[in-house]
Design a protein around this ligand. Structure first.
Ligand code: FES
Ligand SMILES: [Fe+2]
Length: 384
């Protein structure tokens, strides 16, 4: 089998794709308005009437568990004169009615129907409350992960939402795990730069010294053992520098490498040997799976030059309840890595405005970026 490396010269994307406001508006319509977007793990809205809001560019969506336990999603906009209904990022509604803070139109949390208009006068002739329900957003769940689609009638295609398939997570009990920590950061870069950076490891040894120490293969600047030119001989080697696992003695992505005796009970010896597994759903989410936890990372564009990253750490309930387990051991390790990536993305963004720079080139190791670019061009109706 051949290596995955690119053998032909490939240009990277035009620089204006990373900062042009008109291009960004088209992306919001063609990509973000057209795909299943990750919101959060279901454990974050476990109780009835708990909600989260998610902002994608200038669109704000309210996602909640209704009073009967079903998950619903609405555009976060009042039908009276367009006020935002809920200006918090998360919380619990204290009644079955969702009241607009402006003139107090009240909607059913369960159905989105307009219930009352808080006016003492007779309603104008021809006014029909039934025509002023909240605008619905499609919402679905994949193994405990909640996804929305702006198009209320979008077809749910769970087998197609992941470009990097999630089968390595088959033994992870993700639907029963609970969120133990959330971390958010706004990065001053285009959202595509985040994905490009995630999809290559040419930067690993210099940007991520701690991670490269934990995952020795990253010192070769590759993401897959097959990427090494001499992979056929080397991958027979159990040395993690070539097999891709964690350094000898390390069990998970944590500061000291220890899983603190809280290995996920359903994982096999083979899963533990891999050390870390991934799945990704463009444009909005990737999953990392480790011996004692799962990390779900959400990517949402704020503007053409800002992207918000939201990471959730999921644990088995026994792990969360174990007083001897220090969550910070895994949280702070990943935060170190994500802060380093944020720095790299911001550095990249700052250089893109240079007048003579139109586009760059991809190196052989950047084959996933090439697939990402092809996907983008296809979604944008541009020639691949
Ligand atoms: S805008 Fe919501 S009640 Fe007026
Ligand atoms: Fe990185």
């Amino acid at each position: 089998m051949d290596s995955n490396h690119l053998t032909h010269l490939e240009e990277s994307l035009p620089s204006y794709w990373y900062y042009d406001e008109d291009f960004f508006r088209k992306e919001v319509a063609n990509i973000w308005g057209n795909h299943w977007i990750y919101v959060c793990h279901k454990s974050r809205i476990e109780k009835n009437r708990t909600f989260v809001t998610i902002k994608i560019a200038n669109q704000n969506i309210l996602v909640l568990r209704d009073s009967k336990g079903s998950i619903k999603a609405y555009f976060n906009t009042c039908r009276h004169r367009g006020s935002m209904l809920c200006d918090q990022e998360t919380g619990v509604f204290d009644s079955k009615l969702l009241r607009c803070p402006y003139h107090q139109w009240a909607y059913s949390v369960d159905t989105g129907e307009l219930i009352s208009v808080a006016s003492f006068s007779k309603n104008p002739e021809g006014f029909n409350k039934r025509k002023f329900s909240l605008f619905k957003v499609a919402v679905e769940e994949w193994r405990g992960f909640i996804f929305i689609n702006f198009d209320e009638n979008a077809v749910w295609t769970p087998n197609e939402i992941f470009q990097r398939p999630p089968y390595p997570f088959n033994n992870f009990p993700v639907e029963d795990m609970v969120c133990g920590h959330v971390w958010e950061k706004i990065i001053n870069s285009n959202w595509k730069s985040f994905w490009e950076n995630f999809n290559e490891c040419l930067h690993c040894p210099n940007i991520h010294p701690e991670l490269t120490d934990l995952v020795p293969m990253f010192s070769n600047r590759v993401i897959n053992p097959k990427d090494l030119p001499t992979w056929v001989e080397k991958t027979k080697d159990s040395d993690p520098k070539y097999s891709g696992g964690l350094r000898s003695g390390a069990e998970t992505w944590s500061n000291d490498g220890s899983a603190q005796d809280c290995q996920i009970s359903t994982l096999t010896e083979e899963d533990f040997l891999k050390g870390h597994v991934y799945a990704s759903s463009w444009p909005s989410m990737f999953l990392g799976g480790y011996a004692d936890h799962v990390r779900a990372v959400r990517v949402t564009p704020v503007s053409s030059e800002k992207v918000k990253i939201t990471a959730e750490w999921l644990f088995e309930k026994d792990t969360i309840n174990n007083k001897n387990y220090d969550i910070n051991n895994v949280v702070s390790f990943a935060c170190t890595v994500m802060e380093q990536d944020a720095y790299a993305c911001e550095l990249n963004q700052k250089g893109l405005h240079s007048i003579p720079y139109r586009n760059g080139v991809l190196m052989p190791e950047e084959y996933v970026i090439k697939s990402f670019h092809e996907w983008l061009k296809n979604e944008m109706g541009e020639k691949a």
